[in-house]
Each structure stands twice: as C-alpha cells, then as structure tokens.
Design a protein around this ligand. Structure first.
Ligand code: GAL
Length: 359
C-alpha cells in the first residue's frame, strides 16, 4: 500500500470509530450544554494509573483536557495514582467529594477499581473505563484498543522474524502488570501465537507496575542464565523493552535478539531506528482520549452514547492498533502527527535516521 493510502487507512479507522460511538450524539459544543443550569462549570474526573509509562502525562491527559474543554464549560479534576491502587481509591473519593459529574477511570488494578465504580454509582456518577477494562456492570462505557490484537501483533511479528532469521532457540516473555486486565489480554494473545510456533519459551515474568527497572533486573538474570540460547524477547510494552535492552547492553549480548514493544514511545521509536528494538505497537491515543472526552460530554448531559460494540455487555469502542517497524515509521507515527522527524532524529540518531530514510 502506498504512503498516502496508508495514512488514509489510519484516518478512516479513526473516523469510523468516532462516528460509530457518537452516532446518537446531537450536535453540541455550546457552553450551555455543559453547565448544570446554574452557569457553573461541570467537573469531570480523570484518573490515570501510573507514571512509569510516558503516554499518560505526555498524551492521555493533555489530549483529554484539550478536547473536553473545547466541548463546553468543563473543568477536569485530574490525578495520577503512580501505580498505587489504594492511592487511586483515595483520589476517586476526593474527586467524588469535589462533585464530578462523570468519572473517566484508567485503573491501576481492574479488580480493586470495582469499589471505585460502586462508590461513583452510589452518587449517580457514570464511569468510563478508560483503556483498561473494569469488570463491573455499573461501568457506563469502555474505551480501549483491541488488546488481544495487540498481543497477536507483537507475537506474530516476533515469531515471523525469528523464523525468517532461523534463530528459533528460545525466547523470554516479559509481560505487563499482574493487576492490569490489558496485560492479561496481551499475554494470553501472545501465547496463542507463540505456543503453537514451536519456539521454546525459556522463561516468563509478569512485571510489577509495568516497571522498566524490574523488567531490567529480571532480564539481566535471564541473560546470564540463557546466554545466546535466548534468541528473542517478547516485551509487552516499550518501557519493559527498554529494561530488557539495557540489561542486554550491560551484558554485551551478541548476537542481538529482536525485542518487541508497545506504545510507540519516543524512546522506543528511537531504539527501533537504531536497531536495538525490533517493533512496537502504535496506538492512536489522540483518538482514544478525544473519544473519551466526547463520551464524557454526552454522559454529563444525561445522554446515552451509542456504542460500536460491547465487551462483557459493557457498551464499548475498541480502536485498532498498528505494528511499527523501521520500515513504516514514516507512514504511521510521523504521518499521523504522533512524533515529528525532528523529535526522533536528534543528533545521536542522525546516521541511523538517514539509513532508515527518515528526513
Ligand atoms: C496498558 C496500556 C498500554 C501501556 C501499559 C503500561 O494498560 O494499554 O498502552 O501503557 O498499560 O501502562
């Protein structure tokens, strides 16, 4: 597919997702839509889960805030739980006390978050499960990416690469946080591809808090134990990929195994350009955050958003993740405005960028 058509495909997916979710939405945008009748601003809670992964402060928060405040007279009550589920419960209680009308919740712990959903429901505050699923029939809407597809894309890219290179002695799996429902989806879906591939899984780890440091520490032990038998690294996101790569660099690993990732973080894209990381998964967070703002706007007005689909009976929208390798950085994250060439191609990456055709 040519460059312009690929870009069109990304935008078309975006347009479809948004038009589907908003089919029941009446035209709006005036300030009067988002006041409670007294002319006061309406408060919307946004609770994000952690600070170990760049996306939340760099993209999710500002994109959500920009969009919701463009839709009317809204004020965002924001908090980041810094990977602490108890802290998130307190943040939710405090936001509810402040009088939020809708809660957009990306849970640290999908199970513990049911308590937050119950507390919100008791005050008639609708909850949007943002990015991570919460198993409660009191959730009003779930907005995420197709998380099983993420795991399939990662594992398929890795297995295909190992087979093409003839380096199938064994891989390690660095999964995400055991409290994150998405991490379970990525892991299960990755297994569905790796298990039947015949490539041995030498060892596997669920990374507490998605912490790159903990991934690095664990990976260092595997490098020592398995040496060159370790011919591939499944890492569930770019943070844990960065940990594994740091461990292998410290050990002088050679030959260098392909490493997967997710989130298309700037550091991840730069590692792909430099050849340290094989792939990542790009998720268009702008679409996700703006859709969450649109749905929150509707819920704040007492409307019922029309879903594209349901997940465990919860009205939902699942956006489409996209594989990024060195061959399609331009057509994905750059053409989509996620990163610029200038941001990626700093002095340290100038030669690698030229070799990758990025300019
Ligand atoms: C997942 C999310 C990923 C990644 C990870 C670590 O739930 O879908 O995009 O950010 O958490 O925070």
């Amino acid at each position: 597919m040519s460059k312009p058509r690929k870009r069109f495909a990304l935008l078309a997916i975006a347009a479809l997702a948004i038009s589907g979710a908003l089919a029941a939405c009446s035209p709006s945008g005036s300030d009067s839509d988002s006041t409670d009748g007294s002319g006061d601003t309406i408060k919307i809670g946004l609770l994000l889960p952690e600070t170990k992964t760049a996306r939340y402060e760099a993209f999710d928060r500002p994109l959500f805030e920009d969009k919701i405040t463009s839709l009317g007279n809204y004020e965002v009550v924001y908090a980041n739980a810094a990977q602490d589920a108890d802290k998130q419960l307190q943040q939710a209680e405090s936001a509810l006390t402040e009088g939020i009308k809708v809660l957009v919740l990306d849970p640290v712990d999908g199970t513990a978050a049911v308590t937050i959903v119950e507390a919100a429901a008791a005050q008639d505050v609708p909850v949007i499960a943002y990015d991570r699923f919460i198993k409660s029939d009191k959730v009003s809407y779930y907005i995420s990416f197709d998380n099983e597809k993420v795991g399939v894309l990662q594992a398929t890219a890795l297995v295909d690469k190992l087979k093409a290179d003839g380096t199938t002695t064994g891989l390690i799996m660095i999964n995400g946080s055991p409290t994150d429902a998405n991490a379970a989806d990525f892991k299960k879906a990755a297994h569905s591809v790796i298990d039947p591939s015949g490539i041995p899984i030498l060892a596997e780890f669920d990374t507490p808090d998605w912490s790159p440091d903990k991934a690095q520490e664990w990976a260092a032990g595997q490098v020592t134990q398995f040496g060159t038998e370790m011919s591939g690294v499944y890492a569930a996101n770019d943070g844990t990929a960065g940990g594994a790569i740091a461990a292998m660099k410290a050990a002088g690993t050679d030959p260098w195994p392909p490493v997967t990732g997710q989130d298309a973080e700037l550091a991840g894209i730069q590692r792909i350009v430099a050849g340290d990381q094989f792939m990542t998964v790009y998720k268009a967070i702008k679409l996700q955050a703006e859709l969450a703002a649109e749905v929150a706007h509707q819920l704040a007005q007492g409307k019922t958003p029309e879903p594209d689909t349901t997940v465990q009976d919860i009205p939902s929208t699942l956006l489409t993740p996209v594989v990024v390798t060195v061959d399609n950085i331009q057509e994905t994250v750059i053409d989509d405005g996620f990163w610029t060439v200038d941001q990626i191609c700093t002095a340290d990456y100038a030669d690698a960028c030229a070799a990758a055709g990025l300019q």
